[in-house]
Write a protein that binds this ligand. Structure first.
Ligand SMILES: [Zn+2]
Length: 343
């Protein structure tokens, strides 16, 4: 948080001073209060040239503004995934829904200096989120939010004497450990700032999880879950991104997570999917939701109940995050090492 604060301070042009002060007060407030007390806007994204910034107000819309706008800007709905192109365009996803289902989804563009969005033209290139440039010695950390499903009074799915909330937390804690090891280990892999939406057996609401990730400025969001079905015959692994995001950064993250999850456990491949899950809809960064396996399946439970297997899944998620953010696949465990093509 201190580093974030220092960054906010250093990026304060005079022209939009009131807004930056606003955010500064917020950053201080966030630093001092539990995450449930977010009241005002936070910076969720900024392009590298300083041409545009995105702010999120919990409970309202996403505000995209440019320094020359003097504080006025364009309101985007949450879940619209603003993306900044090097030429100053802001791209985002506009969805049409009937209150229940998304009817259509398209990519909209805000050209530099305008406030009238237009649809992406046929053949016009869309540029995805770009990770910070990495060069030898560059220690820029990628901010990643890990979301262990359920918790506290919400056990999630139940089967074979196990509760989903315990399995998701176990895998998430193992993943955090691996991300930390990867950060400390300078021989390869990535450098990570990790936020957990919970690291204990506590209840956290769905929008609160998304708000935590948005306020953190996460560059990736991974929600970990366990599936269930009324029949024990359903089994396998499936992974989700938000509706309409299959070809965008969210879909790419999802695909990487899914591929590594299938490799880790070798369960039935149920494929990659899209869904209107709250944590995918409300997060302002590429987000994936992993259904590791079915707690009601006698096949999948073998993996779900096995601590070794959970560690393997956590390692798979680490690999997925490394690949998604442009790092080389690297096992940072002391007994591990570089996992090249031989894997
Ligand atoms: Zn779940």
């Amino acid at each position: 948080m201190l580093r974030e604060l220092a960054w906010l301070l250093s990026a304060t042009p005079l022209r939009t001073f009131p807004m930056r002060i606003h955010a500064l007060v917020l950053a201080l407030t966030l630093a001092a209060l539990p995450a449930t007390s977010q009241e005002t806007s936070v910076l969720v994204a900024r392009d590298e040239q300083g041409a545009a910034e995105a702010w999120l107000s919990p409970g309202s819309d996403l505000l995209v503004t440019r320094p020359e706008d003097g504080g006025s800007g364009v309101f985007l709905e949450r879940g619209s995934f603003p993306r900044f192109a090097p030429d100053g365009r802001v791209l985002y996803t506009e969805t049409l829904d009937d209150g229940h289902e998304i009817l259509s989804s398209r990519t909209m563009v805000l050209d530099p200096g305008t406030r009238s969005p237009r649809p992406l033209r046929r053949g016009e290139r869309e540029l995805e989120y770009r990770r910070p440039p990495l060069s030898p010695g560059d220690t820029t950390a990628v901010r990643v939010c890990i979301d262990p499903g359920h918790g506290g009074t919400d056990p999630g799915a139940i089967g074979f004497g196990l509760q989903e909330k315990d399995i998701t937390l176990d895998i998430a804690l193992r993943l955090r450990h691996l991300l930390r090891l990867d950060t400390w280990n300078t021989k390869g892999g990535g450098s990570w700032d990790v936020l957990m939406t919970r690291d204990d057996d506590v209840y956290v609401g769905l929008s609160q999880r998304a708000n935590l990730a948005n306020a953190f400025g996460a560059q990736s969001f991974l929600s970990i879950h366990v599936n269930s079905f009324s029949s024990s015959s359903a089994n396998g692994t499936e992974t989700y991104c938000y509706l309409g995001q299959s070809l965008n950064a969210g879909g790419m993250l999802r695909n990487a997570v899914h591929e590594e999850a299938i490799r880790a456990w070798g369960l039935r491949n149920r494929g990659v999917k899209e869904a209107n899950f709250a944590v995918l809809r409300l997060t302002a960064m590429p987000a994936a939701l992993a259904e590791t396996g079915f707690i009601t399946s006698p096949i999948d439970i073998v993996k779900l109940q096995d601590p070794e297997a959970r560690a393997e899944m956590a390692l798979g998620y680490l690999f997925a995050l490394q690949l998604h953010h442009g790092f080389q696949m690297f096992d940072p465990r002391p007994s591990g090492g570089f996992l090249g093509l031989a894997r």
